[in-house]
Every structure is written in C-alpha cells, then in structure tokens.
Write a protein that binds this ligand. Structure first.
Ligand SMILES: Nc1ncnc2c1ncn2[C@@H]1O[C@H](COP(=O)(O)OP(=O)(O)OP(=O)(O)O)[C@@H](O)[C@H]1O
Ligand SMILES: [Mg+2]
Length: 208
C-alpha cells in the first residue's frame, strides 16, 4: 500500500496544502505525527477541511505541542520528551500521506533530526519546494540531505508562481523528477484544490 512522506525545503512552503490535494486524489489517510503549534488550527484540521475527509481518514498525531516552534523546543516548553520510536508510521488499509514538520533538518530532540527518523521509516518522500527566490539553494540542500541518508525521492512538487528557469535548474542540478507545480489558489477551497491538483500532477507519478 502506498505510503508517502511529504517533506519540505523549509517551513511554510505548502506541504499541508499539497498533502491535502494528494490525500484527496489518492483516497488516502493523512498523518501528521508531530504537530507544533495548536492555536491557529492544526495541519490535520486543515487537511481534513481541504480534502473533505471523514474523521477516520485523519490519523491522530503522536505529539501535539503547544508552541509554533521547532519541535525540539516546543516539546521542552511543554515538558515532553519526544520518543522517536513512537513515530513509526502505522499500517492502514488505504494509502497514507504523512506530513513532516518544517524543513528536513528540524530537530525533534536535541539528538534527533526529523530527516534521520524518516530515513528509518524506509518510505519514499515527495519534496515540496517554492519557486520564489531562494528556492534553488533550499531545494538542492534538501536533496543532498535526503540522498546522504539514502531516502528515496519520488520527485519535487513546486508550489507558487511558475518560474521556469528555477524549476528546470532544480530538476537538472538536483537530478530529481518534476512532479508538477501547484499554483497559488485564491480562494483556496476544496474544489479549487481538487481541480488544480488534477491539472498540475499525474497521479501515476506518485505510485512508487
Ligand atoms: N497553492 C496555494 N494557494 C494558496 N495558498 C497556499 C497554497 N499553498 C500554501 N498556501 C498557504 O501558504 C501557507 C503555508 O502553507 P502550508 O501550511 O501548506 O505550509 P507547510 O509547509 O505545511 O508549513 P508547516 O511547516 O507549518 O507545516 C498557508 O497559509 C497556506 O494556506
Ligand atoms: Mg504543514
């Protein structure tokens, strides 16, 4: 059964929106193992709303941390010790989309980086990156971090305006597959996302 990890080149790049589109298109369940920041709504709530999912297709977070900070610090503030052994992806009868927190090298504890935990899952990742200025550096650094841990990269999904040279440069120099580009949607509704995802991506590219 397909299980994909959605990782980002940075925080706020559009992982949750991309994951919602992908979860809906695959008929998958969604899992955000570590949520840092609860006041502005959680990623699970956003995905449930954007992908119009029933409760049973949203798996519970393992850690729900109060502060919108790097998980290692948010956990310390809440007095929680994150045990990375508890973060193994559950098995489900449906495909699963898993969303990481922030960028790849965010610490979960003062010893563990999220990327090292993902490497232990032996699951392929979809890298989400911006197209705006700075995107090439962030994407190529992320690809290096993934390759150095032998993590399989399904490809890169861009979010933002089309910037053809930036996208092509990342694909060529990073030697990754371009999965497509989700444009900026205004308004961002379940229907607009469903349509844009279908236009922008070929679902077969995600079946690995
Ligand atoms: N295609 C899009 N169209 C319009 N708005 C978008 C799009 N993608 C992302 N956004 C908006 O940009 C912001 C950041 O996106 P998102 O929450 O998906 O990022 P993220 O990478 O999941 O961040 P985090 O690291 O906090 O999990 C949100 O306000 C989201 O609604
Ligand atoms: Mg998110």
């Amino acid at each position: 059964m397909t299980r994909l990890v959605v990782v980002g080149t940075d925080t706020d790049v559009g992982k949750t929106v991309l994951a919602a589109g992908l979860t809906a298109a695959l008929g998958a369940s969604y899992w955000k193992p570590v949520q840092a920041g609860l006041d502005d709504g959680t990623d699970s709530e956003r995905v449930q709303q954007l992908a119009e999912l029933p409760d049973e297709r949203i798996l519970s977070e393992v850690y729900r941390l109060t502060s919108p900070l790097s998980p290692h610090r948010a956990a310390e503030i809440d007095g929680i010790d994150i045990d990375t052994e508890r973060l193994s992806p559950p098995r489900t009868d449906s495909p699963m989309v898993i969303e990481a927190a922030g960028g790849l090298l965010v610490p979960l504890t003062r010893k563990d980086l999220f990327a090292d935990v993902i490497a232990g899952w032996h699951l392929p990742v979809v890298l989400v990156g911006r197209t705006a200025l700075g995107a090439i550096n962030h994407a190529l650094l992320s690809i290096e971090a993934l390759r150095s841990r032998s993590i399989d990269i399904v490809g890169i999904a861009f979010v933002g305006e089309k910037i053809a040279d930036t996208q092509a440069t990342i694909v060529e120099m990073g030697n990754v597959r371009a999965l497509g580009r989700l444009p900026v949607l205004n308004p961002l509704t379940p229907e607009a996302l469903r349509q844009a995802f279908a236009r922008s991506f070929n679902l077969d590219d995600f079946h690995v």
